[in-house]
Design a protein around this ligand. Structure first.
Ligand code: SAM
Length: 243
């Protein structure tokens, strides 16, 4: 059904989300390129380039299974820094780890299977926590944000890259057509998986829009909560600091 996942009990939903990502892990890259016409690469580059990450930083990249963000962060934290990639799905973590290993990126990287809602890390252990295209899939976002705050050092920063609400009214019908007509068809054609891409479009619509997510960051204890739209709000970057 159209909004099928909303009424499913939490445990079931987590299982479904797990299955969705297992089934698409391999074709994930090709689909991302097709869906966004390659622009997701630019969003990710911009996200890391403006993150303020520096040599020696210890970074947690949540929902980081594909390794995309970790690969961009790696040269920036340098040999003195480290990156922990956390993802709930072992298959996604495996794909990311293999991909980065093939590129010679091994040192300073740890791959940890974990739920963003219950992070297995001590308080105040990271300079930066990133989550790219992941918060949308987290069931209890408030709890996840609070836990990100907990594991950040004082002065540390959280950065969320996520689909958001497109800005100009006139753009919405075009975007909706792309989401509900083009995406599921591409999903069927490329990944043989219509449901996953229908779920994607629906989960984007259910995700809190810019102002609401910014409020959630503030409620989780983050100072100077702010956001910036990219590509007319197709995605937004939310930022906050632990003080
Ligand atoms: N960050 C990567 C990127 O930008 O290419 C991957 C994004 S992918 C769309 C979403 C990821 O979130 C999947 O790998 C999925 O396993 C993970 N995920 C979903 N729910 C999660 C949770 N509660 N905790 C941690 N990771 C989760």
């Amino acid at each position: 059904t159209h909004f099928g996942f909303r009424d499913v009990p939490t445990r079931e939903k987590q299982k479904l989300v797990g299955q969705v990502f297992s089934s698409v892990a391999r074709k994930y890259d090709l689909m991302n390129d097709l869906m966004s016409l390659g622009i997701h690469r630019l969003w990710k580059r911009y996200f890391v380039a403006t993150s303020g990450v520096k040599a020696g930083d210890r970074v947690l990249d949540l929902a980081g299974g594909t390794g995309d963000i970790a690969a961009l962060l790696h040269p920036k934290v340098g040999p003195a820094g480290s990156i922990v990639v956390g993802d709930i799905n072992a298959a996604m973590l495996g794909v990311g780890r293999d991909r980065l290993t093939d590129r010679g990126l091994v040192r300073g990287l740890d791959w940890v299977q974990c739920n963003a809602e219950a992070l297995p890390f001590p308080d105040r252990s990271f300079d930066l926590v990133t989550i790219a295209f992941g918060l949308r899939n987290v069931t209890d976002k408030a709890r996840a944000l609070a836990d990100m705050h907990r594991v950040l050092k004082v002065g540390g920063r959280v950065l969320v890259l996520e689909f958001s609400q497109v800005r100009p009214e006139w753009f919405r019908p075009i975007y909706d057509f792309h989401s509900f007509q083009v995406l599921p068809r591409l999903g069927t054609l490329i990944a043989g998986d219509r449901e996953s891409y229908q779920y994607l479009a629906e989960s984007i619509r259910r995700h809190p829009p810019q102002a609401e997510l910014q409020r959630m960051l503030a409620d989780a204890g983050f100072a100077r909560a702010s956001h910036r739209n990219l590509s007319a709000g197709i995605v937004a970057i939310h930022s906050g600091y632990r003080v």
